[in-house]
Design a protein around this ligand. Structure first.
Ligand code: DSN
Length: 419
């Protein structure tokens, strides 16, 4: 354990870190936005680059001693451009929300109107939530999904765009299990003279490997996190195609919304991007989707209703309320008791308050990284169903908890820890 030296100097932090290692080892991680990074990524993340200030960009820094930092940032940029076949990349955003903030500042003045997906239909808080910068300083108009199909309603989005003439349209979601038609969004944005931002945070790994259509060439700005399906360290990035947009983004990221970049994180991003360029990454992403489909199929066979009836990507939205009379919060808590980690989620047109929600969101990126395949996914689907169907039966839950432990033991986490 590399932080063994903390045991003496800071036991409070040491034991909390150990408990987190144990939690990851002994639970089945089904949070759709999480993943496990490689030892190589972890190594770069814990490097001495955390000591370095490098405000500015490679070759144009405000501090001396930035030679190695420049090399690292250039590597990260070049690798990222190669993955997505994009012309320009900014790898400095500390997070996806900050990447989005930079695009807002590049495309709008405070008070301007933009179109984003309703959070309760699967959008993201940085796409206009009232307590987020996006809703505090700009004027959101929300689009959502069709009540019958639960698919994005492109005709309605077009109508809203015509009516409100937004400066910016955002495509992208944090809880939408189907393919997003970026070409359609491009058409809509073009027809009303709006800029198009695609936030591909959730599906970046699928886009990187061609398993989801790419927004490159269709969106003016593309933002993403690096730690979801892309399997890198926590962080963000922005892609652009024109020199003009790239220059503007560089300015809006620094000094617009950030000071010094987190160079150790950029080093870890470079390593993760290198991994995403390997052929193994395609088989990994294919497995993520196959695993999600098997999990979806199993839950359906056990009587659960899934939003849109299934999935095309890495995530599933399970309605736990209509069939099992459990709010998402209750379902999340019950599953946690047996060692299965999920998150409660609102569903489109939810009858319950957001703090409770009517369902849970499940995703397969992390467990696929851990090595679990279709047969384990089927098993997990049944374990979830057994737990939620029998949540008052302590004996049944105990049995599930033992099965969860067995699965965890069969797929140890050693190769995701620093040696
Ligand atoms: N919080 C992330 C998610 O879970 O989808 C989005 O930023």
């Amino acid at each position: 354990m590399p932080y063994e030296l903390l045991k003496e100097s800071d036991p409070e932090v040491y034991f909390a870190l150990k408990r987190e290692d144990e939690r990851q080892e002994n639970h089945l991680e089904l949070i759709a936005s999480e993943n496990f990074v490689s030892q190589a990524v972890l190594t770069a993340y814990t490097s001495t680059l955390t000591n370095k200030y490098a405000e500015g960009y490679p070759g144009k820094r405000y501090y001396g001693g930035c030679g190695p930092a420049d090399e690292i940032e250039n590597l990260a940029r070049e690798r990222l451009k190669k993955i997505f076949k994009a012309n320009y990349a900014n790898v400095q955003p500390h997070s996806g929300a900050q990447a989005n903030m930079a695009v807002f500042l590049a495309t709008m003045q405070p008070g301007d109107t933009f179109l984003g997906m309703d959070l309760s239909h699967g959008g993201h808080l940085s796409h206009g939530m009232n307590l987020n910068f996006s809703g505090l300083f700009f004027k959101p108009v929300f689009y959502g999904v069709n009540p019958e199909t639960e698919l994005l309603d492109y005709d309605k989005i077009y109508e809203l765009a015509e009516k409100h003439r937004p400066k910016l349209i955002i495509a992208g979601a944090s809880a939408y299990p189907r393919i997003i038609d970026f070409a359609k969004f491009h058409e809509i944005a073009k027809s009303v003279g709006a800029k198009l931002l695609v936030d591909m945070a959730h599906i970046a790994g699928l886009v990187a490997t061609g398993l989801h259509p790419s927004p490159v060439g269709l969106a003016d700005y593309i933002t993403s996190t690096t730690h979801k399906t892309l399997r890198g360290p926590r962080g963000g990035f922005i892609l652009t195609q024109t020199e003009e947009n790239a220059k503007l983004i560089d300015q809006r990221v620094f000094p617009g919304v950030q000071g010094g970049p987190l160079m150790h994180v950029i080093a870890a991003k470079a390593v993760a991007f290198g991994e995403a360029l390997q052929s193994e990454f395609l088989s990994y992403q294919k497995q993520v989707v196959q695993n999600a489909q098997v999990l979806a199929q199993t839950l359906k066979s056990r009587g659960f209703r899934l939003v849109t009836g299934g999935t095309d990507n890495h995530l599933i939205l399970v309605n736990t309320f209509d069939t099992h009379h459990l709010t998402g919060k209750q379902a999340q808590e019950i599953l946690e008791e047996v060692g299965i980690t999920t998150n409660k989620n609102t569903l489109p047109f939810d009858k319950n308050k957001p703090a409770h929600g009517s369902g849970i969101r499940l995703g397969t990126p992390a467990l696929t990284t851990r090595g679990l395949r279709e047969s384990e996914m089927e098993k997990i689907g049944h374990l979830i169903a057994d737990t939620l169907e029998n949540h008052q039966d302590e004996k049944r839950k105990q049995h599930v908890a033992e099965e969860v432990k067995k699965l965890c033991k069969a797929f140890p986490m050693d190769r995701f820890r620093l040696p």
